[in-house]
Structures are given as structure tokens and as C-alpha cells.
Design a protein around this ligand. Structure first.
Ligand code: UDP
Length: 328
């Protein structure tokens, strides 16, 4: 661990959004690395199920708190990860104001915590800051193509202002800040009903229902398995990099190809069903990860087939008897 905690004390990390998909995996990694961890969540989109396995651990504490409201932590803190936010298009379309607040006020509150405690700060930003990109694959230098008044703007602009706050605290207060731009990630602990394409298609295939393709399915995404993503984020937290770093898997596929891959892995009667394309849905997305390779010595290791099978196994467990189909 490159971070130096006061002698004799265990270094402590705060993870906001600690009951979420990424936050809970990040907590597991921090605990495995020897950190004491304080998870914070208000359960707007997080789930108690994601952190149930941590109950009773002496090196873990949970605080129920909306971080868009000012808050303090009554013990030393050395590292603050701000991961609280609705993150699926369906979620943030339902709670656009909460999404804007947690990206803006929430980020400021977490930066204030880091500043007061003398802690390092790392914010979860997103490939959505590139909007519907005109540069492909997306490099960190690209400024993006975001519609500031469209339905996705509550998330995109919240994350852009989160980055702006973070750079301002770095420049004005000298807080040791980091920004990760997270591309599409999948794995166990995603919510089956969060509307994102990975849980949607897997859930539909396991139930034998049609796979709902939005548009003609020619739009692309590049899916990263969660353990790879968390490894990149942990490395970034231990690095001296202050400017944004893309973390994601550059293995790009169309949504139709993704649907066909699910149908080839799950033994299901499901067919493809075309639905309207949501407004401002990015047509292509693929991270350029040269910087992560160079600065963090990181690259994804888990192949699509391995990662998607682990994810399907997880959803089989969640669905129980509702699952009518199995892995081939
Ligand atoms: N999508 C789809 N069917 C679904 C859910 C999503 O075709 O049931 C498409 C969506 O239009 C987008 C892509 O899959 O082009 C990824 O969507 P997701 O909501 O997972 O994340 P995004 O990358 O858009 O934030």
C-alpha cells in the first residue's frame, strides 16, 4: 500500500455508495488489502443484500446517510471514494434531481470530508462524460459531446460537475484527488431490474422472455468484468495521477452481438424483440486504455465468456425458481 497511515493505526477508507454494485465490490477489495472501511449509502439504488456478508466484521462499519446532505465521520479517514449515484439510465431518469444532487452537492460534501481529514479523494466518473462521442475510441483528452438538456443530462452533467469540483479542490486546496472514468461494467451484484442491458438480457434469457433490443442493435458498448474494474480503481487510488483515467475493457461489440452471445450461452427459447431507441443513446463506446496501461500498469484480464458465465450464475441464484432456463 503506497499510502502512509499514522504509525500503529489501520488506514481507513470511506466508500460512498457502499451498498451499490461497484461500491460493495470496492469495499471487499479494500478489506482484502488490509484497510478498515466505512461504507455509506442511503439505499436509493443500493441494496442491503450486497453488504450482508460484511456484517459483524471489526474492520467494517456502515453508516446510513444521504451524502448530498452535509455529513462528517467521527474518526480518522485516509481515503475517500465517492461512488454514490444512480448509474443506470432507467434509475437516473426516475430520480434526476437526486442524481444531480449527489454528483454536485454530494461530491462537494465528500471533497470537504477529504479536505478536513487530510485524505486522498477518488471520484467515480463515467464514460457518459463523453456523451454521444465523435472520437472513437474515447481518449481522456476528448471533451465529449453531451446534450445538456436531454434526458441523460442529469447524470452526464452531474458527473461532469463532479469532475470540475474535484479539479477545483485539487487546484485550490491541494487535496490529493483522482478521477476514474468508468466504462460499462458487469458482474455479480448488479440489480436484475436496473434496466441496464446486461441484467436485462440475462434476466430475459433465463426466464425465456424476448430480449428487448433498443433500436436496430447496431450501437456498440465494451463490457468490463467488475473484478478488473475494481483492480484498476484500486491501482489509481495508490497512484500519483490527478487527471482522469479511463478504466474499461476495449473489447467492443454491438448490442445485437451481445444479445446473440447471451442466446448462445443460455439454453433458452428467447428471441430478439426490437424496441424504440431511447433519446441520446450513445451510438458507440469503447475506451482507449493506453493511459491506464502506462500510468497504472493495468489492463483487463477476465475474458467475456468467463465473466458473463459468472454473472449468469449469480442471476440464476437471484432468480431461484423464476429461472426457467440454464447455462449451456
Ligand atoms: N439496451 C437495449 N435493451 C435493453 C437495455 C439497454 O438494447 O433492454 C441498449 C441501450 O439502448 C444502450 C445499450 O444497450 O445502447 C447499453 O445500455 P445500458 O442501459 O446498459 O447502459 P448505457 O451504456 O447506455 O449507459
Amino acid at each position: 500500500m503506497s499510502f502512509s497511515a499514522p504509525p500503529g493505526s489501520q488506514p481507513t477508507a470511506v466508500v460512498t455508495g457502499g451498498a451499490g454494485f461497484l461500491g460493495s465490490h470496492l469495499i471487499d477489495r479494500l478489506l482484502a488489502e488490509g484497510w478498515r472501511v466505512i461504507g455509506i449509502d442511503n439505499f436509493l439504488t443500493g441494496s442491503e443484500r450486497n453488504i450482508a456478508h460484511l456484517e459483524g466484521r471489526a474492520d467494517y462499519r456502515f453508516i446510513k446517510q444521504d451524502v448530498s446532505e452535509p455529513f462528517t465521520v467521527d474518526e480518522p479517514v485516509h481515503l475517500v471514494f465517492h461512488f454514490a449515484s444512480p448509474a443506470s439510465p432507467i434509475d437516473y431518469l426516475q430520480v434526476p434531481i437526486e442524481t444531480l444532487l449527489v454528483g454536485s452537492h454530494g461530491t462537494k460534501n465528500c471533497l470537504d470530508l477529504a479536505h478536513t481529514k487530510g485524505a486522498t479523494f477518488l471520484v467515480a466518473s463515467t464514460s457518459e462524460v463523453y456523451g454521444d462521442p465523435h472520437v472513437h475510441p474515447q481518449t481522456e483528452e476528448y471533451w465529449g459531446n453531451v446534450n445538456s438538456i436531454g434526458p441523460r443530462s442529469c447524470y452526464d452533467e452531474a458527473k461532469r460537475v463532479a469532475e470540475a469540483y474535484t479539479m477545483a479542490y485539487y487546484r485550490v486546496h491541494g487535496v490529493d484527488t483522482k478521477i476514474v472514468r468508468i466504462f460499462n461494467t458487469y458482474g455479480p451484484r448488479m440489480r436484475l431490474e436496473d434496466g441496464r442491458v446486461v441484467p436485462a438480457f440475462i434476466g430475459q434469457a433465463l426466464k425465456g422472455e424476448p430480449l428487448t433490443i433498443f433500436g436496430d442493435g447496431s450501437q456498440t458498448r465494451s463490457f468490463c468484468f467488475v473484478s478488473d474494474l475494481i483492480d484498476g480503481i484500486y491501482r489509481l487510488s495508490q497512484s500519483s495521477e490527478h487527471l482522469p483515467v479511463n478504466i474499461g475493457n476495449p473489447h467492443e461489440m454491438t448490442i445485437k452481438e451481445f444479445a446473440e452471445a447471451i442466446l448462445s450461452i443460455v439454453d433458452t427459447p428467447s428471441k430478439l424483440e426490437i424496441h424504440p431507441l431511447p433519446a441520446d443513446d450513445p451510438k458507440q463506446r469503447k475506451p482507449d486504455i493506453s493511459k491506464a496501461r502506462r500510468v497504472l500498469g493495468w489492463e483487463p484480464r477476465v475474458g467475456f465468456d468467463e465473466g458473463i458465465r459468472q454473472t449468469i450464475e449469480y442471476f440464476l441464484g437471484v432468480l431461484g425458481t423464476q429461472a426457467k432456463c440454464r447455462l449451456r
